[in-house]
Design a protein around this ligand. Structure first.
Ligand code: ZN
Length: 130
């Protein structure tokens, strides 16, 4: 299975980044099948939704409010339980159909990397199954 590794730099603790163009560029020319976009991290997730700026800010605020900071057992180890919990809600991957090398996303769908414990350098795998 052809697999490309993308390195994505994030700049905030909690941040939603549109990685659609980078995923699109990593899909082999002419491929037909499915592409799996996979975050190799426990505190960064992958989602599909609309990459409208105000909605991305809403998503960040929603995730921030959904999980309280502090007071979790894991915080005794490395003080980032909230990040693990937010990433767990979204999950590490999305699978997208591909036809002739084109991602079959809907008009308003974009591929989003959801950073929950940045800023960091993140690895996103793009695995094409033809
Ligand atoms: Zn941790």
């Amino acid at each position: 299975m052809p697999t490309e590794s993308l390195t994505v730099s994030t700049s905030s603790r909690l941040e939603v980044l549109d990685v659609t163009d980078r995923v699109d560029a990593a899909v082999p020319e002419g491929a037909t099948g499915t592409v799996t976009v996979f975050s190799t991290h426990t505190t960064a997730a992958v989602a599909i939704n609309e990459a409208e700026g105000r909605l991305l800010a809403d998503l960040e605020e929603f995730l921030s409010n959904l999980v309280v900071d502090g007071g979790w057992r894991h915080d005794e180890i490395d003080d980032n339980a909230d990040a693990h919990l937010r990433a767990s809600l979204i999950g590490p991957s999305e699978t997208i159909p591909v036809v002739d090398g084109d991602l079959q996303l809907g008009t308003w769908q974009s591929i989003l990397l959801v950073e929950c414990d940045g800023p960091r350098s993140r690895t996103v795998l793009v695995a094409t199954d033809e």
